[in-house]
Write a protein that binds this ligand. Structure first.
Ligand code: 13P
Length: 255
C-alpha cells in the first residue's frame, strides 16, 4: 500500500518568527506521527533552515515551494536544488498553479525542474490541475494528461517512483470549494492510467498522487478515503496547527 503524504504548502506566509510559532503549535498538537504517514511542511525560502533546525527531533520533513533548474549562476532571485538540499529540504513543490498563472511557469520548465530535483535527491511534488473554464469546456482530462506527460518527459521508471503528483483543481484552491471525493477519485484514476501508458502498471501504482484544494479536517476523511488519493497538499488549513494536526490524525487512522 502507498504511504500517505500530508504536505502543507504555506505559500507566501510565515517568515521565521511566524514559522517558529506555527511549528511550535504543530509539535504540541502532534508530538509523534505514525510511521505509516509522511508529513511535510513547505515554508517560504527564508524560513527553510530554521524550520529544518526546529523539526530535527521530529519525523516532519521540510520542502521548498520552487527551485531553479540551473545549478548556479546569474539568475537573480532564484534558488538552486543543491542550495535546497544544503538547507535540509527533502522535497520541493514544482509547477504550482499559482506559479504557472503568475510567474510564467510552463510544462517545459516544470519538466526541467523535475529532472533537477531528482538529480539532487529532492522529492518533486509536481502540481497539475485545470481551471473552472477548462472543466466546463470538458477538456480537463486531456489537459491533466498533457501536464503529467510533459512533467515526466525523459524520466525513467525508477526515478518516476520518486515523483509525487498533486492534483489541484484551480477552482478549488483557496475558494472553500472542494472537489467532491468522486471528482478527485476520477481524476486520480485518470492520472494513474496516464502513468500506466507512459510506464507500466507497477509504476503507476507506486507513484503517490495527492489531492489539493480546500482540504480541511471536515472533508479530509472522505477525500483521503478514496482509493487513488495518497495524501493532501494543503494550503490554508496547514497554517493552523490544530487543523493540520487533525488532517494528519485522519491519515493515520486510514493507514
Ligand atoms: P488551499 O488548501 O488553501 O485551497 O490551497 C491548496 C493549495 O494550493 C496547496 O498547494
Amino acid at each position: 500500500m502507498r504511504r500517505f503524504l500530508i504536505a502543507g504548502n504555506w505559500k507566501m506566509n510565515c517568515g521565521p518568527s511566524d514559522a517558529a510559532g506555527l511549528l511550535e503549535g504543530l509539535k504540541e498538537q502532534k508530538s509523534e506521527v505514525s510511521e505509516d504517514v509522511d508529513v511535510l511542511v513547505c515554508p517560504p525560502y527564508v524560513s527553510l533552515s530554521m524550520s529544518v533546525n526546529y523539526l530535527h527531533d521530529t519525523d516532519i520533513q521540510v520542502g521548498a515551494q520552487n527551485l531553479h533548474f540551473e545549478d548556479n549562476g546569474a539568475f537573480t532571485g532564484e534558488v538552486s536544488a543543491s542550495m535546497l538540499t544544503e538547507a535540509g529540504c527533502a522535497y520541493v513543490i514544482i509547477g504550482h498553479s499559482e506559479r504557472r498563472q503568475y510567474f510564467g511557469e510552463t510544462d517545459e520548465s516544470v519538466n526541467k525542474k523535475t529532472h533537477k530535483a531528482i538529480d539532487h535527491n529532492l522529492g518533486p511534488v509536481v502540481c497539475v490541475g485545470e481551471s473552472l473554464e477548462q472543466r466546463k469546456e470538458g477538456i480537463h482530462f486531456d489537459l491533466v494528461k498533457d501536464q503529467v506527460t510533459a512533467a515526466f518527459d525523459g524520466i525513467n521508471e525508477v526515478d518516476a517512483l520518486d515523483v509525487v503528483i498533486a492534483y489541484e483543481p484551480i477552482w478549488a484552491i483557496g475558494t472553500g470549494e472542494t472537489a467532491s471525493p468522486e471528482q478527485a477519485q476520477e481524476m486520480h484514476a485518470h492520472i494513474r492510467s496516464v502513468l500506466s501508458d507512459l510506464y507500466d502498471e507497477d509504476t503507476s501504482e507506486g507513484v503517490r498522487i495527492l489531492y489539493g484544494g480546500s482540504m480541511k479536517p471536515g472533508n479530509a476523511e472522505e477525500l483521503l478515503g478514496q482509493k487513488d488519493v495518497d495524501g493532501g497538499l494543503i494550503g490554508g488549513a496547514s497554517l493552523d496547527a490544530e487543523s493540520f494536526a487533525q488532517i494528519i490524525t485522519i491519515a493515520e487512522k486510514l493507514s
